[in-house]
Design a protein around this ligand. Structure first.
Ligand code: ATP
Ligand code: MG
Length: 392
């Protein structure tokens, strides 16, 4: 560790801690993701120090930009801009007083964690010593329970870290550590949120959007691209397949009773998504359905839709209310894009009263009249593939 470079970032991670034998694998994935997230700002040297990461910073760095990037890295519990001090009580005290100097507060506490047990003072003794110096310097009172300001000290390895602001991370598991899945992304509110939830479990998503151009305007594709761009901030890079769906819709229109159309559209979408999953070596599909939200999302219909795919269909929003979904959409920055006007391919040719309980037999019967293979092959041939986010 280079003590001349005085500032560093200290990063604590969340659930990795409980991963037992896989811990190393998840740590490596997280370190790789952090390097990629900071890549165009500076080449980050991510060092593992007693169950946390430390990234030394050179003399010149843009903390707001670094912080904004790190706030989107999945798997971090929190992070801070820290000053490194030699492992000596006087040096630590000086550093802590300097850190607290520029701040206004009337109550504070010092929180010490001593991972390097050979340090001569106990955590409490060091906190008390440093606390007394800060009290004299600032005139503020110590309040252990509800302090306005905190001075954090971590005694690690052969140095100490001193910082005062812990910035919360997104938590979850590092993206790429839990395999890949294909997400069916409309330009609506739900599927971007469903995608985000699965991304935070460490799954890297490949996105598929179906459109009915030229019957609908290109707005849904443009919105889907903007959504993928936003979601790529959380998974660093993302691939999007835009698949022409109009011919399949027309074929369904001719062969199936009106009330079954939506279920048949969904089954066709899953079949195509599954082909893409195979090509991409992905293990599951993801949709934004929520039980009972609309007629096509009853349990009976979801069951019939599911039967079109052999891969598991993950529906992370199945138990969420619309209010919860909207709140999360706002938090992750997809709501404003999702609420821009667009014509969804599925609003085309949809009857006023879709079936709420599609019968498997009726659906299979309707599909028998369709020649799936060439229709699906043609849709896949017409797919346009785009990349978003950083190049890996
Ligand atoms: P969303 O808000 O995600 O559009 P929704 O509540 O409007 O969902 P539906 O329109 O019934 O519900 O769609 C259910 C799911 O099917 C979507 O969440 C999405 O995963 C998938 N889906 C629907 N339309 C498309 C599309 N045009 N392209 C890709 N996936 C789609
Ligand atoms: Mg929709």
């Amino acid at each position: 560790m280079n003590l001349l470079a005085n500032y560093c970032i200290v990063l604590h991670y969340s659930e990795i801690g409980v991963k037992g034998g896989n811990r190393k694998f998840f740590e490596n994935q997280l370190a790789k993701n952090i390097r990629a997230a900071l890549g165009d700002l500076f080449p980050a040297r991510v060092q593992r120090v007693y169950g946390r990461f430390v990234i030394p910073l050179g003399g010149d760095f843009d903390w707001p930009a670094i912080s904004a990037r790190l706030q989107k890295v999945v798997g971090l519990a929190n992070f801070a801009l820290a000053e490194m001090a030699a492992q000596d009580a006087e040096r630590i005290l000086e550093t802590a007083c300097r850190q607290m100097q520029g701040q206004k507060f009337s109550t504070f506490r010092v929180t010490t964690r001593r991972i390097q047990k050979s340090f001569p003072l106990s955590s409490d003794a060091l906190s008390a010593k440093v606390g007394e110096a800060i009290r004299r310097q600032s005139g503020a009172k110590v309040d252990l329970d509800h302090p306005e300001a905190v001075c954090y000290i971590e005694i690690v390895d052969n140095f100490a870290l001193v910082y005062r602001e812990k910035i919360p991370g997104l938590r979850g598991l590092p993206v790429g550590g839990s395999g890949k899945a294909v997400s069916l992304l409309s330009a609506g509110i739900d599927s971007p949120v469903a995608s985000y939830k699965i991304i935070t479990r460490g799954v890297k998503l490949i996105f598929v959007h179906f459109h009915s151009i030229p019957y609908t305007s290109p707005a849904s594709v443009a919105n889907a691209k903007r959504l993928v761009e936003r979601l790529a901030e959380y998974q660093l890079s993302a691939k999007l397949y835009c698949v022409p769906f109009l011919e399949i819709q027309q074929a369904i229109l001719l062969s199936a009773p009106a009330e079954y159309r939506v279920v048949l559209y969904r089954r066709a979408m899953l079949r195509i998504a599954e082909k893409i999953a195979k090509k991409e070596k992905a293990q599951a599909l993801v949709t934004g359905e929520s039980i009972g939200q609309v007629a096509s999302q009853t349990l009976a219909n979801l069951r019939v839709i599911d039967e079109a795919a052999a891969l598991p269909v993950l529906r992370p929003l199945s138990g969420s209310s619309k209010e919860e979904i909207i709140a999360l959409a706002q938090q992750i920055g997809t709501f404003e894009i999702s609420t821009e006007p667009y014509e969804d391919c599925c609003s085309l040719f949809v009857p006023a009263h879709p079936a709420t309980a599609a019968l498997p037999g009726m659906v299979v019967e309707a599909e028998r009249k369709l020649d799936w293979k060439p229709l699906i092959a043609k849709a896949l041939m017409g797919a346009e593939v785009g990349w978003f986010g950083v190049v890996e």
